[in-house]
Design a protein around this ligand. Structure first.
Ligand SMILES: Nc1nc2c(ncn2[C@@H]2O[C@H](COP(=O)(O)OP(=O)(O)OP(=O)(O)O)[C@@H](O)[C@H]2O)c(=O)[nH]1
Ligand SMILES: [Mg+2]
Ligand SMILES: [Zn+2]
Length: 296
């Protein structure tokens, strides 16, 4: 029996890294009955007789786990959006942020393809508006272009050092391209220009942890729909750091910031301390979660 880390999962096989070697394993037969699914990122006990024949025996307790993308034991999530192709959508940004905050994982924002809005004053101002707001909330925001130099990427690389970072975002936003740019040795497949014009093309098809700067980065397939199946209305506010901070001054404990009197969150929205678009998304997600409950 040995201990290693699952770095890739593909077609029913788990690829376990142990002291620099990779072992291809299957999951133990009783995992299904025990409703256990090994995840990329898991520390596991395994046995193997050769690099291509082995079995995962036990999964060690996880620090955290995400369903979308499926991965465990990450220290931060790099949420990747594009300024254009696909179009930037702050509603989607907030949806991803809430999803990651709910798992108590640190989110970092990245907006790619800034070169595509360079000549468009309105679009450019829009991106700057949002990146300033997210910065003010406390998130790190990186704006990236096709022609970035190594210098332009230095801060982002620094942010990835000694961490296990999962990349997440819609298909085609440039997650794999970004990883290739920060480390050309990774040499990951990315969409060809002709394919990129064809919406909904999924180039990356599996989750994989790649060694980078003393830690790992995980490339993942793109996904766009995210619902809040595991989030409750009572904890939604905690997934918006500025709402969580303001809520400490609400008159009522357990204030949901929807219609209670003496709500400090609504006051902060009225005075401009909380961006109104953020509050609107909070309200929208709140309704979505409430409606989900009614259906049960
Ligand atoms: N103009 C421009 N194009 C970019 C940039 N970054 C990526 N692209 C292009 O966007 C397309 C999609 O890039 P990918 O890296 O494959 O996107 P992905 O997020 O990995 O997509 P999936 O693997 O499907 O989830 C490719 O044609 C890239 O060349 C950028 O900064 N500017
Ligand atoms: Mg990809
Ligand atoms: Zn309130």
């Amino acid at each position: 029996m040995a201990i290693g880390k699952i770095i890739k999962s593909l077609s029913g096989f788990y690829y376990i890294e142990d002291h620099g070697e990779i072992y291809q394993c299957r999951g133990r037969g009783n995992f299904r009955k025990r409703k256990l699914t090994p995840l990329v990122g898991d520390i596991v006990e395994y046995e193997s007789t050769s690099p291509t024949d082995g079995m995962v025996l036990e999964i060690h307790e996880r620090e955290n786990e995400l369903v979308r993308p499926p991965i465990s034991n990450v220290t931060q999530a790099l949420l990747v959006f594009s300024a254009k192709e696909p179009e930037f959508d702050s509603g989607l940004v907030d949806r991803f942020l809430v999803h990651i905050e709910a798992h108590h994982i640190k989110p970092v924002l990245c907006i790619t393809k800034m070169d595509l809005v360079k000549g468009n004053k309105e679009a450019l101002e829009g991106i700057h508006f949002f990146s300033e707001r997210y910065g003010a909330i406390g998130y790190s925001v990186f704006l990236l272009s096709k022609d970035d130099s190594a210098d332009d990427l230095a801060d982002l690389k620094h942010c990835l050092e000694n961490e296990t970072t999962v990349l997440a975002g819609q298909s085609g936003v440039g997650k794999s391209s970004l990883l290739n740019k920060i480390d050309p040795h990774l040499d990951i497949d990315t969409a060809k220009i002709s394919e990129a014009l064809n919406r909904g093309k999924h180039t990356t098809r599996h989750v994989e942890l790649l060694k980078f700067a003393g830690g790992y980065v995980a490339d993942t397939p793109g996904f766009s729909s995210l619902d809040f199946t595991t989030i409750e209305t009572q904890t939604l506010g905690d997934c918006f750091p500025e709402i969580q901070r303001a809520s400490e001054m609400c008159k009522f404990r357990g204030c949901t910031h929807i219609s209670e009197p003496g709500c400090a969150v609504k006051e902060a929205v009225a005075s401009g301390h909380i961006a109104s678009y953020r509050y609107e998304h909070y309200e929208q997600f709140f309704t979505e979660i409430s409606n989900r409950k009614k259906r049960y």
